[in-house]
Design a protein. Structure first.
Length: 213
């Protein structure tokens, strides 16, 4: 008489192994971003960047900060300057932090550096310095990855490196996805109103996942 447990066959063992591996993979896909402090209802969110923050291609009323303000119910200050390089942004940031006194900064910068083929190493240094400046003032940071120019759009790897090393929540995909969809952009490098709404919704989802909302 066999003592084998029902189902304890080679096929059953393999099935359990496959289940365990699949569960591990799914758990990895469900990794949470670094947590943020909950934002009170009267919190100020600073959206800092260049034309992608300002809303070029759709107007400031349809920009992602304007839409994000509606989604979150918080004040979102649009501090985007079209054409700005990261070095100029780094110089500008202290004054903007002083005047707006935000609880959270959403940093989306660097596209102009890449378009003008400036050093990616210097861009990374400038972005890190912006994050450090904000944190020194007690301001938490969310980073939005900007795609590198090319036939196949993908977020420049420096954004993932910065987010991982500085423990910053990162929205890594949305701009590359939007700018890769002709129906969501006004020109080759700027979203249209529908595209900016997609960006805002992705940032909103990240803030919820990080427990800020």
């Amino acid at each position: 008489m066999s003592n084998r447990v029902p189902g304890d066959t080679l096929g059953g063992v393999v099935a359990r192994i496959v289940f365990i591996i699949a569960s591990c993979l799914l758990a990895g896909c469900a990794d949470q971003p670094p947590p943020l402090s909950p934002l009170p209802r009267d919190a100020v969110i600073l959206a800092f960047g260049d034309s992608l923050t300002r809303g070029t291609g759709a107007g400031s009323a349809a920009s992602y900060p304007a839409v994000l303000g509606d989604l979150t119910g918080r004040t979102v200050v649009n501090a985007g300057i079209p054409g700005e390089l990261s070095a100029a942004g780094l110089t500008r940031l202290p004054g903007v932090l002083e005047s707006t006194n935000p609880q959270l900064m959403i940093l989306c910068h660097g596209g102009n550096d890449m378009l003008r083929k400036h050093s990616l190493g210097q861009l990374a240094t400038n972005l890190r310095a912006m994050i450090t400046l904000a944190r020194q003032r007690g301001v938490e940071v969310v980073l939005v990855g900007v795609p590198a120019p090319g036939l196949l759009l993908g977020t420049a790897a420096i954004y993932r490196d910065i987010a991982a090393s500085m423990d910053v929540p990162l929205e890594d995909d949305v701009l590359a996805d939007v700018l890769g969809d002709a129906g969501l952009k006004s020109d080759p490098i700027h979203p249209n109103a529908a595209g900016y709404r997609v960006v805002a919704e992705a940032v909103y989802a990240l803030l919820r996942a990080a427990a800020a909302l």
